[in-house]
Design a protein around this ligand. Structure first.
Ligand code: SF4
Length: 254
């Protein structure tokens, strides 16, 4: 018996179960928001979103288990941070859902689930928190590390959507990064050391809805990785890589 093989089989099985729990899709997800800044594309690849909407199931037998472990570790880090905050007396609302939001110009609603709302028994103030776990270089890299460049644009926009669309008044908005490699920690606070936008251009989701209505597979839309020179970097954690690069290779977008 090889126990690593057993673990790998279990983590892929968990990923498959989670995939089915999130399908069929009924709304655009805050975490998929795609946008442009300075002529660069940010956010989730449109083709990946198309596959999600069309319920194209990943080829599970080709999935690299390390990708699935990384996702699960993110959840454990979030729980770990929440437990520590609870020890400091915070009351914590976890995994708080946005109600489905109708966006002008889109046929499908927007939905999302923010990580936490913190409060204390002795004050009315409430704090919205998004917790991001990451590898050490995400902190330290001079090319893209948050110590030098601030929080990622995707994370900031994500928090912006929760700030804008959450139906109750929340006074404070934080993005917390926690490195699961060298335990660096960093707290970014709206208007203190980051600026969280509340205006959004939904043009990529308008395009996506056209693709879906016309059953046209979108071209691959993603930003090449800045540091490693790998042009298909987001594909290395995308569950559709085999479908996209092998089965649909010859279709539009190649
Ligand atoms: S494998 Fe890459 S190009 Fe294809 S859907 Fe995923 S992120 Fe997009």
């Amino acid at each position: 018996m090889n126990i690593i093989n057993e673990l790998d089989a279990a983590i892929v099985m968990k990923a498959k179960k989670s995939w089915w729990e999130h399908h069929p899709k009924t709304a655009h997800s805050v975490t998929d928001f795609s946008f442009e800044e300075d002529g660069k594309y940010f956010g989730s690849c449109l083709r990946k979103q198309y596959y999600d909407w069309k319920e194209v199931e990943p080829l599970w037998e080709t999935i690299n288990p390390t990708r699935c472990y990384a996702r699960e570790f993110g959840s454990y880090v979030q729980k770990f941070v929440e437990d520590l905050l609870a020890l400091r007396g915070f009351l914590i609302q976890k995994e708080v859902k946005l109600p489905p939001i109708k966006i002008e110009g889109l046929t499908k609603p927007l939905h999302g689930r923010l990580d936490d709302i913190l409060s204390r028994a002795d004050t009315m103030d409430r704090t919205m928190v998004e917790i991001k776990s990451c590898h050490g270089r995400k902190f330290n890299s001079k090319q893209f590390g948050i110590m030098y460049h601030g929080p990622t644009r995707e994370n900031v926009y994500q928090l912006g959507m929760y700030k804008k669309y959450f139906p109750e008044t929340i006074q404070n908005h934080h993005l917390i990064y926690f490195s699961r490699e060298d335990f660096n920690r960093r707290d970014f606070v709206d208007t203190e050391n980051m600026w969280v936008p509340t205006e959004f251009d939904f043009k990529y989701w308008v395009m996506l809805e056209d693709y879906l209505a016309n059953k046209v597979l979108p071209k691959r839309t993603y930003r090449a990785n800045a540091d490693k020179g790998r042009s298909a970097f987001p594909c290395s954690w995308c569950d559709y890589d085999s479908v996209c690069w092998e089965i649909h290779r010859e279709l539009e977008g190649e």
